[in-house]
Design a protein around this ligand. Structure first.
Ligand SMILES: *Cc1c(COP(=O)(O)O)cnc(C)c1O
Length: 310
């Protein structure tokens, strides 16, 4: 092990994830659940780290270890202007001593929004590309072009979702989570769901709530990531595609009303409209419609995403 990989491994081992998870459970006491005999708890992984929030911590762990082991001190990754992943990668780079480069979708807009401002202040070099160039992010020619611009780097894909994202997410579940029948989480690229579904107990069902319009592709994406990591895919998960509320980062009047109610009922559980609100909204609609049998125990994963937005 080189110095950098020691440092990365110490950083990520410090939090004993299983212990953390047990301390981060918050029961949801709600008449809409009690009357149907459903018990639900929120898993607050948004509290895992103040800057490397929630599932981004899980997905970065083995990416950064791999980079360090390959002797790469420069990370290059991709995201939109409000990307939690860019934010988390910039923070992790600063904490652990990686140079970071963020390829940002769209034109540079001054002043930078708070996400990009934070990333830049954490030392991330921001490189803005047109939306059509951004769509080339997987093409070898475009990556070659980025190597000509930035030299050697370890590439972390958008959202941090690749084969190295999977084991970090798997480590979240364990004995402590065996009592749940259902595990719900919001889904953007499917990386987190891929790992949780691989680690789930045999009787458990995973549900990924797509926060993007046209989320059907996520089903294949999750399977692809599972196969890449484990050599097989699981059949214990579903993707709910009807709760995107007009699309990524968009809202509807119904979602905003739900969030207003939520803030009144659960002021101690902050949510935002991109991820957690869409997952919780979907949960309560499906409870209402009888998806969950009486006696069901449900784990709602609060994947993070909270910080100041402009
Ligand atoms: C990035 C992100 C997600 C999406 O996770 P995927 O692994 O890409 O599906 C969910 N919730 C929050 C808060 C996120 O920041």
């Amino acid at each position: 092990m080189n110095d950098l990989s020691c440092m990365v491994s110490n950083f990520f081992e410090k939090a004993n994830l299983q212990e953390f998870a047990q301390s981060a459970l918050q029961p949801l006491l709600d008449d809409r659940l009690n009357s149907r005999g459903i018990r639900a708890e929120i898993l607050r992984i948004d509290r895992l780290h103040p800057q490397i929030s929630g599932n981004k911590w899980l997905k970065l762990k083995y990416n950064l270890l791999e980079a360090a082991q390959q002797g790469k001190r420069r990370l290059l990754t991709f995201g939109g202007a409000y990307s939690n992943h860019l934010y988390a990668t910039a923070a992790a780079g600063k904490l652990l001593g990686f140079e970071t480069i963020g390829i940002v979708r769209g034109e540079r807009v001054e002043p930078l929004n708070s996400t990009l401002q934070f990333a830049q202040e954490a030392g991330m070099q921001l490189h803005f590309v047109s939306r059509s160039d951004y769509r080339q992010k997987h093409s070898p020619a475009f990556i070659e072009h980025l190597h000509r611009l930035f030299g050697d780097f370890f590439l972390v894909p958008e959202g941090g979702s690749n084969v190295y994202a999977v084991p970090g997410c798997m480590e979240l579940l364990g004995e402590w989570s065996a009592a749940y029948d259902y595990i719900l989480l919001p889904c953007g690229t499917g990386g987190t769901l891929a790992g949780l579904a691989l680690a789930a107990a045999a009787h458990q069902k995973l549900i990924g709530v797509s926060v993007l319009k046209g989320g059907d592709f996520l089903f294949e994406e999750v399977k692809k990531l599972q196969v890449a990591y484990a050599g097989y895919h699981t059949q214990n998960f579903e993707i709910w595609t009807g709760y995107a509320h007009r699309g990524y980062a968009k809202t509807t009047a119904a979602l905003l009303a739900f969030m207003e109610d939520w803030r009144r009922l659960y002021p101690s559980v902050p949510i935002e409209h991109v991820y957690s609100a869409k997952m919780l909204y979907a949960f309560f609609v499906e409870v209402e419609q009888g998806y969950f049998a009486p006696g069901s125990r449900v784990l709602l994963v609060h994947t993070g995403g909270l910080r100041e937005k402009d």
